[in-house]
Design a protein. Sequence first.
Length: 253
Amino acid sequence: MLLGCLPGLVAVLVLTLCARGAERPAADRLARPVPARDAAAHRAPRPRIVPRTVWLGAAARVQPPPRYDDKVVAVFLHHTDSPSAYDCADAPEIIRRLYAGQTGARQWDDIGYNFLVDRCGTIYEGRAGGTDRPVTGAHTQGFNHRTAGIAALGTFTEGAIVPRAMTDAIAALVAWKLGLANIDPRAGVRLVSSNSLSRYKAGTTAILPALSGHDAGFMTSCPGAALTARLPEIREQAARLQGRTKARLTAIP
C-alpha cells in the first residue's frame, strides 16, 4: 500500500486510500457481551488529547449520532501512509484532509479512526462521540466493535524512523483506553469478526493481541514494518503505565 507523496488534490486521495480495510460501523454486528470486571484495578492516567474541534474547524459535515459499544477491549494501530516529514504544526490540516477524503470520496459519516498521533507525540481526538466512551469506529474491517483505532500520522514501512515521542504517546493512550476496562495491553482478547472481507470469516472468534496492528485483522501491510516492530515495546510500556508487573496472557472472553 505504498502510495508515495503526492501534492494537492491527489494528496487527499492518498489519505483516503490509506484507510483501506476500514468499514462503516453500521455493517458490523456487536460482539458477545462479557461480564463486568473491576475496571479500577489498573487504570492509567488520561493523556492530553486535543479535541477534534481544533482540526475540524468549519469543515464539519452533517452526520448521524455516534454509535457505542459496551467497552473497548482492544486497540488497532494504523499508519496513514502519508508523508512523514511534516511540521507538527501542520498535523491538524493533515487530519482535516483525511476527514475530507473519508467523508467525501468514500462517503463515510465521519473520520474512521478514534485517535490520531503525530510524530511529536500530540494525540488528537478523531471520530466523534467522546474520547472516554467506547465509540464504534470505522478503522479495521470486521473488528470495529469493542475496539479503538489509533492512526500514526506518516508512513512507517521497513527502514522508516518511528519517533520516540510518537510511540510514547501511543503507549500512554493505549494504557489509558484499555485501562478503562482493566485490559492488560499484553493480553490476548477474543473478538468476533463481523465481515468476511477481514482475515476471518464473519462470525469467527479470533484471539488477537489487545494491542494489534491493522494487519492482524485485515489483509494489509499497515501499520508498516517499522511500526509493527515497535508493538512489543509499546505493549510493555503501556502495561507499566497501568502499574502491571506480571503479564496477563489468557484470552479475555
